[in-house]
Design a protein around this ligand. Sequence first.
Ligand code: FAD
Ligand code: NAP
Length: 533
Amino acid sequence: MAEATVRGFDAVVVGAGFGGLYALWRLRGLGMSVRVYEGGSGVGGTWFWNRYPGARCDVESLAYSYSFSPELEQEWVWTERYASQPEILRYANHVADRFDLRRDIQLNTRIESAIFDEQSGRWNVRADDGTGVSAQYCIMATGCLSSRNTPDFPGLETFRGAHHHTGSWPAEGVDLEGKRVGIIGTGSSAIQAIPIIAEQAEHLHVFQRTPNYSIPARNGPLDPGFQEKVKADYEAFRQPFLGGMFGLDFSPHDRLAMDATPGERREMYERRWAEGGLALIGSFADLLSSQEANDTAAEFIRGKIREIVDDPEVAEKLLPDSPVACKRPCADTGYFETYNRPDVTLVDISDTPIDEITPAGVRVGDREYELDTIVFATGFDAMTGSLMRIDIRGRAGLTLAEKWSGGPRTYLGLCTVGFPNLFTITGPGSPSVLANMIPAIEQHVDWIADCFMHMRERGLSVIEATREAEDAWVDHVNERADRTLYPSCNSWYVGANIPGKPRVFMPYLGFPAYVERCEEVVAREYEGFELSA
Ligand code: FAD
Ligand code: NAP
C-alpha cells in the first residue's frame, strides 16, 4: 500500500451489526476518527441477513435492546414479547439514523485483509474493492453467527429449483406458495421457519439429522402498560438480566433439581413451559452441570413432544437424547404441532445421510425427494468463521489462522497475543453467544472505549495481551466449561458442525463473573496487558 495515498483513521471497525454500530457511536464520542466497513448493503448484521420466514429473537424485546441511550430506550416502542426480524432491523436502522452513524459506514464492502505494520504500529486494512486504509486500532465486530455454513452436498449445482440459506434470505422474500419445499436442518432457524413454511408450501419435507429440544415461546403482543412500567425505571428492569449467568433474567433457582421431589420438579417445569421461552433451562441450578438433573428436564420435554405429536412413530423420531441446552436451546411457535399436518413429512437422516442433491431434489439412500425449493437451515461457522475469512496478520507476519489452528486463543475474548491493537467484539473466550448479546456487545465496546481513553490520557499507543495472561485465560475458559455438560455435545459451541474445525469450547460461561473480571483487570492497571508508547 503506498503510504501517501492511504487514508488514516484512529479506528477501523469491521461489521455494522449491533456491535459495529455501537462501537462507531462510542468511539466517535471520544473524538476519534472511525471508518466502519460492512459487507451487506444495509446495517443490522444478523437481522439484515436472516430474513427467513418466522425469524425472531428469543430474548424478550425489552431486554434485547441497547441501554446506552435513555432517549432511545424511551422513544422506541416494541410491539411483541419477542421482536420479529423486521422489527429488529427497523430498530437497527433507526439507531443508525438517530445517531447519524451512516456517514462513517461504507456498505457493500467486504474486508479481505488486516495486516499489522510493526514499523508504524498501525493496521493496514484492505477491502474487496481494492481500496485500503490504515488505522491505529482495528475492531472486529464481524459477528459470531455471520459466516454461513452450506454443507458441501454433491450435485447442488445441478438442482433445477431454487435454494436459499436462512442466513442470506432474499430481501424481497421467497414465494413458497404451492411449492414442494425441503428444509435441511432442525436448529433454531429451522424450528422458527418450519411452521410458517408449512403453511405456505404444497408439501414440506424436513430433513432432520439430530432432533432438537424446543420450548414454546408464547409470543404475543406486548402489553403497553407493562412497557410503560419498564420505561419508568428501565435500569431496574435490566438489573436482574445483568446479574444472570446468561445475561438473562431466568430468576435462577438456587435449588438443585435432585433436592426437589419429582412432583416439585414437574410443577416447576410445567410452570416454566406454560410461561414460555428459554427460562425453563434456569429451573434448577444444576441442570447444566449434572447429567441426572438434566435428564429430568429432558424427560419432561420429551413427554411434551409425545403429547403434542399425534403419530407415535413421528414423535419417536423427534425425541432428542442429548442433554437439554447443551446445544443452543430453541423457542418455537407451533413447531412440534406442525408434524401433525398431512402436508409435512419428517425425513430422519440420522442413519442414512443425504447422499446428493439431484436436478429434481434430494436423494437419501435409494429414495429421491422431488422438490422445487431447498432451504438450507444448516447454521454457521460460528464464532471464528468470519474472522478466519479475513487474512489477519500480526507481528512477524503471524496469521490469525496459524495462531488459532488448534482453536481460538484470546485474553478475555477481547485480544490475542501477537496482534496488538486488534480487538474482537464478543470474541471467543467471552460470554458472547452464552449471553443476551446486546448487553454483551455494549460491555465489550465500553471496555474498549475506556481503554482507548486510558491510553490517550497517558500518551500510550499500543496495547497487547501477555502470553501468560492469555494462557491462563484459555485454561480458565476450559476449566469452567469442563465443570458442565456443554463440552459433551456435538454443538457449534465446540465447532462440531464444521468438518475439520478443532473441537474447542469457544464461549465463556458466566456473564456476570466475566464482567467483574474485566473490571478487575482495569482496576489493576490493565493486568495481563502490556501498554506502551
Ligand atoms: P452481526 O449482527 O453478525 O454483524 C456482523 C456484521 O459483520 C455482518 O453484517 C457481516 O456482514 C459483517 N462482516 C463480517 N465479516 C465482514 C468482512 N470481512 N467485511 C465486512 N463486513 C463483514 N442473540 C441474542 O442475544 N438473542 C437472540 O434471540 C438471538 N437470535 C438470533 C437469531 C438468529 C437467526 C441469529 C443468526 C443470531 C441470533 N442472535 C441472538 C445472535 C446475534 O448474532 C446477536 O444478537 C447480534 O445481532 C450480533 O451482532 P454483531 O454486531 O456482533 O454481529
Ligand atoms: P444450527 O443450530 O447450527 O442448526 C443447523 C442444523 O442443520 C442442525 O439441525 C444440523 O444438524 C443441520 N445440519 C448441518 N449440516 C448438516 C448436514 N450436512 N446434513 C444434515 N443436516 C445438517 O443453525 P441455526 O438453526 O441457523 O442456528 C444457529 C444459531 O443462531 C442458534 O443456535 C442461535 O444461537 C441463533 N439463532 C437464534 C434464533 C432465535 O430463536 N433467537 C433463531 C435462529 C438462530 P446437527 O444438529 O446434526 O448438526
